[in-house]
Design a binder for this molecule. Structure first.
Ligand code: FES
Length: 103
Protein backbone atom coordinates (compact mmCIF):
# COMPACT_ATOMS: atom_id res chain seq x y z
CA UNK A 1 0.00 0.00 0.00
CA UNK A 2 1.29 3.45 -0.89
CA UNK A 3 2.45 5.61 1.98
CA UNK A 4 2.44 9.19 0.73
CA UNK A 5 4.51 11.82 2.52
CA UNK A 6 4.18 15.57 2.12
CA UNK A 7 7.62 16.60 0.80
CA UNK A 8 7.36 20.02 -0.82
CA UNK A 9 5.05 22.74 -2.02
CA UNK A 10 4.33 23.50 -5.66
CA UNK A 11 6.04 26.86 -5.18
CA UNK A 12 9.29 25.03 -4.33
CA UNK A 13 9.46 23.52 -7.84
CA UNK A 14 8.75 26.10 -10.54
CA UNK A 15 8.34 24.88 -14.12
CA UNK A 16 11.65 23.73 -15.60
CA UNK A 17 13.36 23.04 -12.28
CA UNK A 18 14.30 20.14 -10.02
CA UNK A 19 14.04 20.12 -6.21
CA UNK A 20 15.76 17.64 -3.92
CA UNK A 21 14.13 15.97 -0.91
CA UNK A 22 14.93 13.02 1.33
CA UNK A 23 12.05 10.61 1.87
CA UNK A 24 12.44 7.58 4.16
CA UNK A 25 16.19 7.57 3.51
CA UNK A 26 15.84 7.90 -0.28
CA UNK A 27 17.15 10.88 -2.20
CA UNK A 28 14.31 11.99 -4.47
CA UNK A 29 14.36 14.51 -7.32
CA UNK A 30 11.04 16.32 -7.71
CA UNK A 31 10.86 17.51 -11.32
CA UNK A 32 8.59 20.04 -12.97
CA UNK A 33 8.32 19.66 -16.74
CA UNK A 34 5.93 22.24 -18.15
CA UNK A 35 3.84 22.17 -14.98
CA UNK A 36 3.77 18.37 -14.66
CA UNK A 37 5.29 17.16 -11.40
CA UNK A 38 7.17 13.86 -11.28
CA UNK A 39 9.47 12.19 -8.77
CA UNK A 40 12.48 10.04 -9.65
CA UNK A 41 15.51 8.76 -7.81
CA UNK A 42 17.85 11.64 -6.99
CA UNK A 43 21.00 9.55 -7.34
CA UNK A 44 22.56 9.13 -10.77
CA UNK A 45 22.88 5.50 -11.90
CA UNK A 46 26.29 6.23 -13.43
CA UNK A 47 28.43 7.34 -10.48
CA UNK A 48 26.04 8.40 -7.72
CA UNK A 49 26.02 12.16 -8.35
CA UNK A 50 23.15 14.08 -6.76
CA UNK A 51 20.70 14.69 -9.62
CA UNK A 52 18.90 17.26 -7.47
CA UNK A 53 21.79 19.60 -8.36
CA UNK A 54 21.11 19.01 -12.07
CA UNK A 55 18.93 20.79 -14.60
CA UNK A 56 15.76 20.11 -16.55
CA UNK A 57 16.24 20.34 -20.32
CA UNK A 58 13.77 19.21 -22.98
CA UNK A 59 11.83 17.10 -20.49
CA UNK A 60 14.97 15.41 -19.19
CA UNK A 61 16.85 15.57 -15.91
CA UNK A 62 20.52 16.27 -16.66
CA UNK A 63 23.22 14.93 -14.32
CA UNK A 64 25.49 17.73 -13.09
CA UNK A 65 28.60 15.51 -13.10
CA UNK A 66 28.94 13.83 -16.52
CA UNK A 67 25.74 15.10 -18.14
CA UNK A 68 23.84 11.85 -18.62
CA UNK A 69 20.17 12.60 -19.22
CA UNK A 70 17.09 10.80 -17.91
CA UNK A 71 13.47 11.23 -18.91
CA UNK A 72 12.05 13.20 -15.97
CA UNK A 73 8.71 11.34 -16.13
CA UNK A 74 9.71 7.74 -16.92
CA UNK A 75 13.25 7.69 -15.49
CA UNK A 76 14.59 6.13 -18.71
CA UNK A 77 18.28 6.76 -19.40
CA UNK A 78 18.32 8.84 -22.58
CA UNK A 79 21.94 9.92 -23.08
CA UNK A 80 25.15 8.27 -21.83
CA UNK A 81 27.22 7.72 -19.83
CA UNK A 82 24.36 6.38 -17.64
CA UNK A 83 22.50 3.40 -19.08
CA UNK A 84 20.39 2.23 -16.13
CA UNK A 85 17.03 3.95 -15.54
CA UNK A 86 16.06 5.88 -12.44
CA UNK A 87 13.38 4.64 -10.07
CA UNK A 88 10.10 6.47 -10.48
CA UNK A 89 7.95 7.30 -7.48
CA UNK A 90 4.21 7.94 -7.20
CA UNK A 91 3.23 11.59 -6.82
CA UNK A 92 0.02 13.17 -5.57
CA UNK A 93 -0.86 16.84 -5.49
CA UNK A 94 -3.14 18.02 -2.67
CA UNK A 95 -3.86 21.71 -2.88
CA UNK A 96 -0.43 23.36 -2.94
CA UNK A 97 1.35 20.33 -1.49
CA UNK A 98 3.39 17.66 -3.29
CA UNK A 99 3.19 14.17 -1.80
CA UNK A 100 5.49 11.30 -2.76
CA UNK A 101 5.44 7.59 -1.98
CA UNK A 102 8.73 5.71 -2.04
CA UNK A 103 7.15 2.52 -0.65
S1 FES B 1 27.45 10.58 -12.24
FE1 FES B 1 25.78 11.13 -13.51
S2 FES B 1 26.55 10.92 -15.51
FE2 FES B 1 28.23 10.35 -14.25
Amino acid sequence: MSDFKRVAMLTDVPSGTVYGVDVDGERVAICNVDGEISAVSGTCTHADADLCDGDIEDGCLVCPLHYATFDARTGHAMEPPADEPLKVYEVKIEGEDILVSVG
